[in-house]
Design a protein around this ligand. Structure first.
Ligand code: HDE
Length: 757
């Protein structure tokens, strides 16, 4: 097995420290102060524009022969390769004269620019992606013949994470479902597992997809709010269409605001059918389990980040990969006998609004995903990647889930308009790594130069090529199954009718803190609605799940709590649904070390090194940029200032004394007014804010030397849970690291402390 999480790289791209300013970013070429006048060496490699006859050029497959580049040479050219001496001035009839239409370079440059945008995805428009590798454990061999799942087979992958509702430029940490789409470039063709971070969906039938998305997207009149479900049309729809209740509850839980893409589960949602060599079938649900555990932001944190760093998740993923902290997930399956009823323990496996509790069907690991390379070009790869749940390989098949059926149509259809025609499989990131020999020809953006004269079968003119695979060697071979004879109907089965049982199970499975967050989320979202009827109807839905949930939300809205419409459903809790209570690796966690000229630079240096040794990321925060301990011979670089830092960037905060109480870079505590620091005896309000926020968000905070002074001033009592004060900086860090393994200091939330939300 590869290293779970690698070493963080050094300041200069070396191995022993993080880079300056950006967590984990390895050193790049030194920036030029002046514009260079001569070309400098070769361009960075840009594997791209492979001829479609060759294998994919995602940068992961070994290529034979030289790799064509998107750019070549070191001189600016036109699209036709003609060198250009000037790209700064249009051709004019004299310096002050009119611009001439004959200027080809001007027209080419502007025309291309005019067409730089393509339509964003109608859903999941905002995303971030990475390359990686998947290694099969071989444990699925008894249920599927899929070659990429065999023991130690390594398959290149491309994974795109996304939010659902927001536009391409929207913020990352909104409350929403997250997409988790994986393209496996297997030796048998491409398999796409196009999943989400929530195991159920809003609707049971694809025909309702435009309805739920129209309801969730901004209002059509003013086009607000952006990337939010906290508005009337969303709650109008989900309160009327109660099969959405369970998914909505997941969204209102902490799962709706993940801490990081690296800390999310993924789910295939639908039940799939696996087929083994002998044609035997097994029904399965796919799960991705993150090695770092499942963790979330608090709602206030998420909102602050949306303003302070709207690219938070995108940055987190890219920085982690660049620093060598390669995120990993285990792929697992829940397996069920493929009975004619297609149910398990009374749960209809064709209903995508239901989970099968892990206590009833444990998730069995079948392989390991490691993301180890960032895309070279966002547009070429992340924007143009085209997933499709119908991209299946031999050994993996679909079921009759009616939601899946509609998806099988939708994804191909949407790519044709989004990517401008039917040849998007020729775009490098979409090219299979298996040899392609189809009989699809021509069309917009055709870049292949097909040989032969007979793209049809049967033929004799191309020697009968291409031949079909042997009966047991290819894909899309259906295992014969009886289809029950019935009249044509527009109906859902009776087994899809229960919309409250699993929501109640979910509620009962959460810890008090998680319930507190769920109540707060419903109260917030409904509080943003204007329509009284929408709020009242939603409360009636909640009353049928749990009276306490309903009453507390009603209380927050200032409305009476309705009675349940009947007896509450029977439900057995599933502890696996809770995120709280376990311990996880701390790799990649970000530690803010707040210091100033009065801090002991040796302590800052040693704690910073200890953070790195634990594979976490230290960020040194000081009143101004530059270095600390300039006179010490081994100065510590400042990465954030009081002006640029905010608590939400950090998983924990350490204080090197009481920074911001007036010390200058040389340690004299006599700062002048107006220099951004406070006067002697007081603490900079930005430090106090950082501490107060971190404390409120239940993050570990700690410090050494006279840190207690700042902690007390920020109302973080040193005796409170998760506040660590000591004389040894590294001992403080050790205790804080232990706390981070639990993600948060849960005791700080009122519900955990015994008080209600
Ligand atoms: Fe999608 N979905 N979806 N979806 N979906 C798209 O395809 C659709 C559903 C999911 O990073 C679109 O290429 C329908 C469930 C992800 O590129 C579109 C229905 C699940 C992504 C589409 C669903 C998903 C998409 C838009 C109801 C989880 C982003 C752009 C039947 C299992 C993939 C595109 C990426 C994207 C249709 C429901 C996941 C319009 C009709 C359930 C992760 O084709």
């Amino acid at each position: 097995m590869k290293n779970l999480v690698g070493k963080v790289t050094g300041e200069d791209g070396g191995e022993d420290g993080p880079p300056e300013g950006i967590p984990g970013r390895p050193g790049t070429r030194p920036a030029q102060v002046e514009e260079p006048v001569e070309p400098h060496g070769p361009l960075p490699p840009k594997p791209d524009q492979r001829s479609p006859g060759l294998r994919s050029a995602t940068g992961r497959t070994p290529q034979d022969g030289p790799r064509p580049r998107a750019q070549g040479g070191d001189r600016l050219t036109t699209a036709q390769g003609v060198r250009l001496p000037d790209t700064d001035h249009s051709l004019k009839a004299g310096p002050r004269g009119p611009v001439l239409l004959q200027d080809h370079h001007l027209r080419e440059k502007i025309t291309h620019f005019d067409h730089e945008r393509i339509p964003e995805r109608v859903v999941h428009a905002r995303g971030a992606a990475a390359h990686g590798v998947f290694r099969g454990y071989g444990t699925a061999a008894s249920v599927t013949k899929a070659a990429f799942l065999r023991k130690d087979v390594e398959t290149p992958v491309f994974v795109r994470f996304s939010t659902v509702l927001g536009s391409r430029g929207s913020a990352d940490t909104v409350r929403d479902t997250r997409g988790f789409a994986t393209k496996f470039y297997t030796s048998e063709g491409t398999f796409d597992l196009v999943g989400n971070n929530i195991p159920v969906f809003f609707i049971q039938d694809a025909i309702k997809f435009p309805d739920i998305i129209h309801a969730g997207k901004p209002h059509p009149d003013r086009e607000i709010p952006q990337a939010q479900s906290a508005h009337d049309t969303f709650w109008d729809f989900v309160s009327l269409h109660t099969e959405a209740t369970f998914h909505t509850m997941w969204n209102m839980s902490d799962r709706g605001v993940p801490r990081s893409y690296r800390m999310m589960e993924g789910f295939g949602v639908h039940t799939f059918r696996l087929v083994d060599d002998a044609g035997r079938t097994t029904l399965v649900k796919f799960h991705w389990k993150p090695k770092l555990g499942v963790h979330s932001l608090t709602w206030e944190e998420a909102q602050l980040i949306n303003g302070i760093d709207p690219d938070f998740h995108r940055r987190d993923l890219a920085d982690a990969i660049e620093s060598g902290a390669h995120p990993q997930w285990e792929l697992g399956i829940q397996a069920f006998p493929d009975t004619p009823e297609q149910t398990f323990e009374g749960i209809d496996l064709l209903d995508p609004t239901k989970v099968v509790p892990e206590e009833l069907a444990p998730v069995q690991p079948i392989g390991l995903l490691t993301l180890d390379a960032n895309p070279t070009n966002y547009f070429a790869e992340t924007e143009q990647v085209a997933f499709h749940p119908g991209h299946l390989v031999p050994g993996i098949d679909i079921t009759d889930d009616p939601l899946l059926a509609g998806r099988l149509f939708s994804y191909l259809d949407t790519q044709i308009s989004r990517l401008g025609g039917p040849n998007f499989a020729q775009i490098p990131v979409n090219r299979p790594h298996a040899p392609v020999n189809d009989m699809l020809r021509d069309g917009m953006h055709q870049t292949a130069v097909h040989t032969g004269t007979a793209p049809y079968r049967p033929n004799s003119l191309d020697g009968g090529c291409p031949f079909t695979a042997g009966a047991d060697a290819g894909g899309y071979v259906e295992v014969p199954r009886e289809i029950p004879v019935s009249a044509k109907v527009r109906e859902a089965p009776a087994s899809f009718a229960d919309h409250t049982g699993q929501p109640r199970m979910f509620w009962l499975s959460l810890t008090p803190v998680e319930r507190e967050h769920l109540i707060a989320a419903y109260t917030f979202e409904l509080g943003k609605c204007y329509e009284q009827a929408v709020k009242e109807r939603t409360l009636r839905v909640l009353a049928d799940i749990d009276p306490e949930l309903c009453e507390k939300v009603a209380q927050g809205l200032g409305l009476p709590a309705p009675q349940p419409s009947g007896p509450l459903p029977e439900a057995v809790p599933s502890p696996a649904l809770s995120q709280v209570g376990k311990e996880w690796p701390v790799q990649g966690r970000i530690i803010g070390i707040v210091a100033d000229g009065g801090s002991d630079p040796d302590a800052v240096r040693s704690v910073r090194q200890a953070v790195l040794d634990a594979d976490m990321v230290p960020l040194v925060v000081a009143p101004a940029g530059g270095v600390l301990g300039a006179d010490s011979g081994d100065p510590v670089t400042v990465q954030r200032t009081f002006a640029t830092a905010r608590s939400v960037e950090f998983d924990a905060i350490l204080l090197a004394g009481t920074p911001g109480s007036g010390a200058d870079a040389h340690g004299a505590r006599d700062a002048k007014a107006g220099d951004g620091t406070a006067g002697p005896g007081t603490v900079d309000p930005r430090v106090l804010l950082m501490l107060a926020e971190a404390y409120r968000h239940a993050k570990p905070v700690g410090g050494w030397a006279d840190a207690e002074r700042a902690l007390v001033a920020a109302a973080c009592p040193p005796a409170a849970p998760g506040v660590v004060v000591g004389t040894s900086a590294t001992a403080v860090l050790e205790e804080v690291t232990g706390l981070l393994a639990r993600h948060r200091v849960w005791e700080r939330f009122p519900a955990a402390a015994g008080a209600g939300p």
